[in-house]
Design a protein around this ligand. Structure first.
Ligand code: ZN
Length: 116
């Protein structure tokens, strides 16, 4: 064996599982942490169990609720915007009507003047 090129070897490295089980094995790392082992894996236990070490399910549910609430606020904002646009259009139409009426009145006045 060539010297100074091999990593340290720990013949009794501790392997710890998330379920609490502990094993001993030879390794170049002194301590190893695993998320699943033979003591807790559904294949060995025969029980259906959700292994969610990375909180994937929880995170997905969080995102789902967030997006649904965001959607409702977005639709509410859209409704408000549409309402505002409607009001603006109404005001514009009224202004146009008023201008037309004023123009008509002015024309009439002009006609009356020209008649006299
Ligand atoms: Zn385990």
């Amino acid at each position: 064996m060539k010297s100074k090129i091999h990593p340290n070897y720990f013949p009794h490295a501790a392997i710890t599982c998330a379920c609490g089980a502990k094993y001993e094995a030879g390794s170049t790392s002194e301590a190893i942490h695993v998320e699943i082992c033979a003591a807790c894996h559904p294949f060995y236990t025969g029980k259906q169990k959700l292994v969610d070490a990375a909180r994937r399910v929880e995170k997905f549910q969080e995102r789902a609720t967030k997006s649904s609430s965001l959607k409702s606020t977005v639709s509410a904002q859209k409704e408000k915007k549409a309402e505002r646009a409607k009001e603006k259009k109404k005001k514009e139409e009224e202004a146009v009507k008023k201008t037309k009426e004023a123009l008509m009145a002015a024309k009439k006045m002009g006609h009356q003047k020209s008649d006299q």
